[in-house]
Design a protein around this ligand. Structure first.
Ligand SMILES: NC(=O)c1ccc[n+]([C@@H]2O[C@H](COP(=O)([O-])OP(=O)(O)OC[C@H]3O[C@@H](n4cnc5c(N)ncnc54)[C@H](OP(=O)(O)O)[C@@H]3O)[C@@H](O)[C@H]2O)c1
Length: 274
């Protein structure tokens, strides 16, 4: 596994997402066996960074993640757990309460990384960060970050965070270059901030993309692995694919070690949406 060394931390280039674990926006206990099996296999395979949120399955994803980690017998400090506060809880008291609830559901006494999930309409970012900074000072959260922030909001967050902001989690994939176009990636790279790429695997794009499929078959890997390798080869970029499938989970994990040559990267160069 390749790591990104940043702000004195070593973060795996590929972690595991938990959206759709335990349900969608609502908890769906009928999926528990499948969800737990997916989390347990990810832990067994060696994923150490897990990305969750209070919004995922209305908190049930966090409950299942905590359960899977306890079943694994792994030590808490071997793992990096990210969770997120939803945009409707960004007031001072709301942030503190949301974090407490996430910790309870996970069965943990601290989060490695706590993010603002989405900027809220009419949010008062200074108030939100007053609470986030308190969580760090109280030892409930190790590091802070944001998600879905544009460059202007990201700069505001950087200024308000008393500890160096660790990440902005945004959609980034071969077909979705918004963070390149709006300057967010460049800002992260210039300011020692991780860009965590979510939704890195785009099924329709991959199925329709001949150069990607040809490169994958030349390299003896899958197009999804090329898509992940393309992301994590970029400085300061990590990603968090999600899969229920044991084979896909294993393929995604080893994609972190797949190195593409300069020539192999050319068909996917900036601006080319082939
Ligand atoms: N901050 C935010 O607002 C935000 C938004 C969206 C997502 N996220 C986070 O990012 C994580 C990942 O994003 P995502 O779940 O939207 O999308 P994703 O990981 O890009 O895609 C998941 C889909 O790809 C398939 N897949 C995964 N690996 C594959 C492989 N090697 N070969 C073939 N198919 C594969 C999965 O199917 P199988 O199960 O069949 O493998 C699943 O249908 C989420 O789980 C969540 O933690 C954050």
């Amino acid at each position: 596994m390749r790591y990104e060394t940043i702000q004195g931390l070593s973060i795996p280039k590929i972690g595991f997402g938990t959206w759709r674990i335990g349900g969608d926006s609502r908890a769906d206990p009928t999926r528990d066996a499948r969800s737990l099996a997916a989390l347990c296999s990810a832990l067994e395979l060696g994923y150490t960074h897990f990305d969750t949120a209070e919004a995922y399955a209305a908190g049930h994803a966090e409950e299942l993640l905590g359960q899977a980690i306890r079943l694994s017998g792994l030590k808490r400090d071997a793992l990096l757990i990210t969770s997120k506060v939803s945009s409707e809880h960004l007031g001072y008291a709301g942030v503190l309460q949301s974090c407490e609830n996430s910790l309870l559901r996970l069965g943990m006494d601290y989060l490695d990384l706590y993010l603002i999930h989405w900027p809220g309409r009419g949010m008062h970012l200074a108030e939100t960060f007053r609470a986030l900074n308190k969580l760090v000072n109280d030892g409930k959260v190790r590091r802070l970050g944001v998600s879905n922030f544009d460059r202007k909001l990201l700069e505001e967050a950087v200024a308000l965070s008393e500890t160096p902001l660790l990440t902005n989690q945004v959609s980034y994939s071969l077909p979705d270059r918004t963070c390149v176009e709006n300057g967010v990636l460049a800002y992260c790279q210039e300011n020692d901030i991780l860009l965590t790429a979510y939704s890195p695997i785009k099924r329709r794009f991959i199925n329709d993309n001949k150069p990607l499929q040809e490169l994958a078959s030349r390299r003896g890997v899958t197009p999804q692995q090329i898509a992940l390798a393309w992301l994590v080869q970029q400085p300061r970029v990590i990603t968090i694919p999600m899969s229920f499938d044991l084979g896909h989970q294993a393929q995604n994990l080893v994609a972190a070690d797949l190195v593409l040559t300069g020539a192999e990267m050319i068909p996917f160069a900036r601006g080319k949406r082939n």
